[in-house]
Design a protein around this ligand. Structure first.
Ligand code: ZN
Length: 302
């Protein structure tokens, strides 16, 4: 298994195999990529693009993909996934970011949610295609991923929502289509509470069965604006890590504001001596690898 640091600040945290930097956020804010880190890019979720071009927003019978439209799990304003200028600009951007880092991990590289997009351009493209609604959306998304693959020469990783069943109906995402172009998947399992690890373990197991490329998962440690009370304890994070590891996944990334917040987590994890001992009985080799990782942190948190 590989273990990664998934951060907002361009500093590599000690004690991880790979480093993923959020170079473009769903707010539209961008920071420069770093040569020896991977780059995470939010593609269509982009508040800034929608602010500059209000008519680019993705439309649906339940209203636009605007932050605050509670018909959907949408926390950002999302651009229509067929918007040609945004698509072209993002392709150029991805190519440039790829050249200046280790590769590109994408977020929101698909439709906003179910029922999207019904803007006049999408309605016309759907009608012209002769395909069913779901087949048309899938084709739009997959064709764009193929274009991205031509531009990104290094690693290309597809982050996906933690929904193994209705990804096509909601987002136009077909896992087998993605697997043709992606080097790996990253299932985003962010939560500020991992009190019931059973569900996360089940999701990890399900995705490992479905996805035809290596499967990483991302767990939430400590984001911008959080206090210690807002987020999971190190005990919950250790337990959910072990339980997802035994489901056969290929790696775990830990999301935090920066290296210093990850170090706080590493220190708290190292201090859970009894729990680390107990978790040894939770599974075989993959569980041991998580516990070995924590053991390796003993040196760096002293
Ligand atoms: Zn549209």
């Amino acid at each position: 298994m590989k273990f990664g640091a998934f951060v907002y600040e361009p500093e590599k945290a000690e004690g991880f195999d790979l480093h993923l930097l959020r170079v473009k956020l769903e707010t539209g804010d961008r920071i420069p990529p770093v040569q020896d880190m991977y780059s995470n890019i939010a593609v269509f979720a982009d508040n800034a693009a929608v602010r500059s071009h209000p008519d680019w927003i993705s439309q649906s019978p339940l209203g636009p993909a605007r932050m605050g439209n509670n018909n959907f799990n949408i926390y950002w304003s999302v651009v229509c996934a067929t918007q040609p200028e945004h698509r072209a600009e993002q392709l150029d951007y991805m190519e440039d970011v790829d050249r200046h880092s280790l590769g590109v991990w994408l977020n929101s590289q698909y439709f906003a949610d179910h029922g999207h997009c019904t803007c006049p351009r999408c309605k016309e493209r759907w009608k012209k295609s002769g395909l069913s609604w779901f087949e048309w959306r899938r084709k739009e998304v997959t064709d764009y991923i193929a274009q991205i693959r031509e531009r990104v020469k290094k690693d290309l990783v597809m982050s996906i929502q933690p929904d193994p069943i209705t990804a096509c109906e909601r987002y136009g995402v077909d896992f087998d289509d993605f697997a043709k172009y992606a080097d790996a998947f990253n299932v985003v399992m962010f939560s500020k509470n991992y009190a019931t690890p059973w569900y996360w373990e089940m999701l990890a197991r399900g995705f490992k069965k479905l996805l035809k490329k290596p499967v990483y998962i991302s767990l939430y440690v400590f984001g911008p604006g959080d206090t210690a009370k807002d987020v999971s304890s190190a005990s919950e994070l250790l337990t959910v890590s072990v339980r997802c590891a035994r489901a056969g996944i290929d790696g775990i990334l830990y999301l935090a504001t920066g290296a210093s917040q990850l170090k706080d987590f590493q220190k708290a994890a190292v201090d859970k001596v009894e729990l680390r001992q107990r978790l040894k009985s939770y599974g075989g080799q993959p569980v041991q690898e998580v516990l070995d990782l924590v053991k390796s942190w003993e040196k760096i948190v002293e």
